[in-house]
Ligand binder design. Structure first.
Ligand code: ATP
Ligand code: MG
Length: 366
């Protein structure tokens, strides 16, 4: 065989391997759908891929269809993109994630693989980043009720804390905890179980009063069960100036959302429902923060499981001061399970998403 023929055969087999087909998964129900039953950002992604010559199918996932979907998809597509908001599947994500895992094992590129959603998106990602300067050193995760009950009565003596559950979203089970007891104590003390606490939930900034013991008994629900944990982080008072979200496609910052909590005295939540006001900015408007974050991406990714940067994801920051009184930024959360971007559809973000999918699939199949 001539060298030319061998090379030709090699190229031909590569063409065969890459099917240029992508499946997008959605789920029925949820408040994120348009009149056509799809998320408003799904069809634009599909169309951007189609404009580039790729085939796209959009399948609605149901638990009872899991095997059928797997068998249908496993040899048909190069990649899957998931557009399923946590909580949309009535029975939970377990079977959906199992199906995605099997599809990845069958060779499909995952946007995102469940491990990536977990490694970056779980609340304890913050704890894995302790030591990088991106989160306060005194950030903890409790995986057992025992650890929580042993450690929290002392951690709260150092100042206001925010306790974050892992499940749920939009501020549900995210509690600002303040000691309002009259009795004197000093940092490092283990506070007594009858210490009076003021508790504000980020869901709607509503306030409750409980003793330390009552609160810890109440909060054990967040630790028990699948993926249960509580992250214990110091309260960042400059949250009043807003949470700053960077939306990323892969390694590229696309836009910044500045979310200012409502004006009321107790408000600390940046969620829309709680009354926070959103302003959309360009990455250039937050150059210092964005440069810091993109510069540190390799370190962040290596601490969070060494994955490629997800297709569409966000990192949320709060302002703080360094020892010289200059602004610094503290990471509050990473999201990468089903980040929406409808605010920027007319600015071509779907094109960047399609390019990223094609680039990564081509790289993996080459
Ligand atoms: N350490 C902190 N100090 C001050 N405010 C905080 C802190 N952590 C969180 N918050 C506030 O609480 C809100 C909710 O917390 P967080 O973003 O961690 O959870 P979530 O919004 O429920 O999760 P998701 O964004 O996945 O729905 C934030 O938007 C922010 O306003
Ligand atoms: Mg959040």
């Amino acid at each position: 065989m001539s060298g030319f023929f061998v090379r030709f055969e090699a190229i031909k087999s590569k063409i065969k391997i890459m099917k240029q087909r992508v499946v997008i998964f959605e789920a029925e129900g949820g408040t994120d759908k348009g009149l056509d039953g799809y998320r408003k950002d799904t069809i634009p992604i599909a169309n951007a891929l189609r404009e580039r010559g790729w085939n796209v199918d959009i399948l609605k996932f149901r638990d009872e269809w899991a095997d059928k979907i797997y068998n249908y998809a496993k040899d048909r597509y190069d990649a899957y993109i998931t557009r399923v908001n946590p909580g949309t599947i009535p029975s939970g994500e377990k079977i959906f994630f199992e199906t995605l895992r099997k599809l990845s094992d069958a060779g499909l590129e995952g946007f995102s693989h469940p491990d990536v959603m977990q490694d970056l998106g779980a609340k304890d990602a913050l704890v894995k980043l302790v030591g990088t300067g991106l989160v306060p050193e005194d950030t903890y995760a409790y995986y057992t009720v025992e650890e929580f009950k042993n450690t929290f009565p002392r951690s709260i003596s150092f100042g206001e804390r925010v306790l974050k559950q892992n499940r749920g979203s939009t501020g549900e089970g995210i509690w600002r905890v303040q000691v309002i007891d009259e009795r004197p104590y000093k940092p490092g003390d283990t506070l007594p179980l009858d210490t009076k606490l003021k508790l504000t939930e980020a869901k709607d900034n509503h306030v409750e009063y409980k003793t330390l013991e009552e609160f810890m008994d109440f909060a054990t629900q967040y630790i028990e069960g699948d993926n249960g944990m509580l992250v214990d982080m110091r309260f960042m008072p400059r949250i009043k100036e807003g949470e700053i979200r960077i939306l990323m496609v892969g390694e590229e910052p696309i836009f910044v959302v500045h979310k200012k909590p409502a004006e009321s005295a107790d408000a600390f939540s940046a969620t829309l429902f709680s009354g926070a006001k959103y302003t959309y900015d360009r990455p250039e408007d937050w150059k210092e923060l964005v440069d810091m974050f993109t510069g540190r991406l390799p370190e962040i990714m290596s601490k969070l499981g060494n994955h490629d940067a997800p297709l569409i994801w966000t990192a949320d920051f709060m302002l703080d001061w360094d020892e010289n009184g200059n602004d610094t930024y503290v990471l509050g959360e990473i999201n990468n399970s089903c980040v929406g971007f409808t605010s920027h559809l007319n600015q071509g973000i779907q094109d960047k998403i399609a390019d990223r999918v094609i680039e990564l699939v081509s790289k993996k199949k080459a």
